[in-house]
Design a protein around this ligand. Sequence first.
Ligand code: M6R
Length: 368
Amino acid sequence: QAAAAAPAAPNGCAANGHANGHANGADVTKAEPFVMLGGLEGHVEGILRCRRIVFIACGTSYHACLAARKTLEDFAAMPVVVELAGDFMDREAPVFRDDTCVFVSQSGETADTLRALEYAKNKGALCVGVTNTVGSAISNATHCGVHLNAGFEIGVASTKAYTSQIVALTMVALLLGADSRAKAPKRLEAMRALARLPEDVSRALALDEDMRALAGQLKDAQSLIFFGRGYNYSTALEAALKVKEVALIHSEGINAGEMKHGPLALVDENLPIIVIATQDGMHRKMVSVIEQLLARNGKLIILCNGDDPDMDAFAARGCSLIRVPATVDALQPIVNIVPLQLLSYHLTTLRGFNVDQPRNLAKSVTVT
Ligand code: M6R
């Protein structure tokens, strides 16, 4: 199975209805485009009335929730919290009857997430499932939800499920915010960007050869650091998880806003640092991060958009660039992760490991 894969196409049928099989999609061909998610039919009002949305997930699925959090906050104008299922249950965190808890899981069988679902259900919360597996325990036990329809994900490392989860959660956000007139232009822009996403992801996949060459340079590194913030904090976390999981290299994803609170001490001319600096709302801050890393002789690889003049200047100062297509902020993490998935894939094969079956890991973690 390829390490990187395009998300399910959002235009037409990104995901099937959860319980009732209604079609879903973002129809941008009509004058008034709209998002339809059959599996949430009859529940949208209830979700909009709730006190807050609580995302609960593990691993890569947790990262997808982090990537989509701000999109939900922006479009649905609701408080959103994101919880690791295991930690949530360790704390037996408070859940209220007027909460909506969203359980995101590729397999739909992850034990910690399932346990959190039973717990939240007992507290009376509305429970929504976002899974890639029809008939899974989580999709059966939730009140409503969205199926990803990303196809079987066979390799242990989650790749296409991650990108498809962000697509599905973005569509949920667009659906919840559908009545906001103030958000209408931004919503239309996001829907058009969703329709263009397959093309953007194809262009990111075309970086395969470049990523193989980069992996050749990085394969003997002791450690790799990824810096991101805002929407792309999740990209940093997810890329680091992929590198450690399949390439078996120590790797950390760090919120660039935390750089001065400790991580800066690690920076020298030897440690490879990948900085995610695409032209989203965090771009100016990331340019400043790059300046500060360069001032400490950091060895930088910058993931950026194709036509960013700031980055040309950094290339002239010795930084390597990974150029990806630009899209709206909410979808940029989907495009950004693709070359980093490819990088993990090539690091793995060049180091002689099995990309589909990393040591010590199972595809789905069904024990707590
Ligand atoms: O099936 P789930 O999405 O609930 O699985 C959660 C994690 O176990 C999973 O994402 C894991 O982190 C992946 N192997 C990462 O690639």
